[in-house]
Design a protein around this ligand. Sequence first.
Ligand SMILES: Cc1ncc(COP(=O)(O)O)c(C=O)c1O
Length: 391
Amino acid sequence: MADQKGGINTRAVSAGELKIKEFGNVVTPIFQNATFIYPNYESGAISDPSTGKPYIYTRWGNPTVNSLEQKYAAIEDSKFGISFSSGMSAISCLAMSILKRGMKLLSASELYGQTYSYFLNKLRENGIEVTFMDTNDLNEGSFKASEYDMIYAESITNPTDMVTDIGLIGELCNGTETKLAIDATFASPVNQNPLELGANYVVHSGTKYLSGHSDAICGFLGTDEDPSAIYDMRKNLGPVLDPTQAYSIARGMKTIGLRVGRQNENAMKISKFLMENDKVESVFYPGLESSPYHKIAKKNLRGYGGMLSFEIKGGVDQARKFLGKLKYISPAPSLGGVESLATLPIDTSHSSMSKAQREKIGIKDGLVRFSCGIEDAEDLIEDMKNALDFL
Ligand SMILES: Cc1ncc(COP(=O)(O)O)c(C=O)c1O
């Protein structure tokens, strides 16, 4: 539970740390245990927060994993933090624990490709009524919140950087039974805490900014609501973190404030450079005053994030050539790590969508998605300039 105060950097470093005074350890140890003494009648035995009882089995709960979850909850400012073996398992466990056959989901149509296909195919197969709506229509409130059991959106959309007005949607859900769930992967808890804006649940692909080093797959869910149905779903489906992996994710999470601060700055500098380059058709970044989402971003975000996308003149062939000429920037999917990555969503994040579905949400074949790392902005700009000059 997040009772830790202090700034985000302080919380990221110290929250959740499991210090055993008999050892005097400074860093949380790895409890590489599948099983624990049962029943544990030891007086003062520490409880697994998911059961309220002493630890029994790591699929239910584990001290190293719980320590990481408390650190996440502290930076999310949520009562509960729950970890998963991937962002998709956080999303699917949330959806399955809230939505039962016959219930209604209203989702933004601009979504990470796998989330979209999960909602479109799997939820519908399971008897959930799924309606998709443009982020712009959600932002205008062109819906009646009480008609849905859950509303789902990404705080900054992948990959075109539309910004969802969570504050406004939260207000529309207020006083209804409708649960608002936000995927805040692109924003990260440094730039936004959706619960504060009125969401009931926030999910992350922790693979990205939360772990931050492109070396782990994980997911997180934050909520102030009773989490027992979600713990129960995770216990049934089993997508839990291994303790050793939880340890290395916690190590990455300690520097999230430093990393994301730098990534926000780099993204702004790179967006401005791209705006002025004559090989570039258009740039999508909510930090730019010219972005149609700038006002909404200012209202909902503390920083504009490290993700931007842009279209290169000449379409997909030129975009592929561009990727092939980069030196410091790796042409690879995923995002949020310390190293800069560039990818074409048609080949990676949105390859599970049809061309027609992609075009409907504004993803052209030649769109390049760029994840800013923490390198020196001047080097990244030079790298991009050289690759663009080659075209
Ligand atoms: C916005 C967003 N949500 C969810 C996911 C899924 O996360 P994971 O790959 O950790 O399962 C991704 C993955 O790229 C993503 O970009």
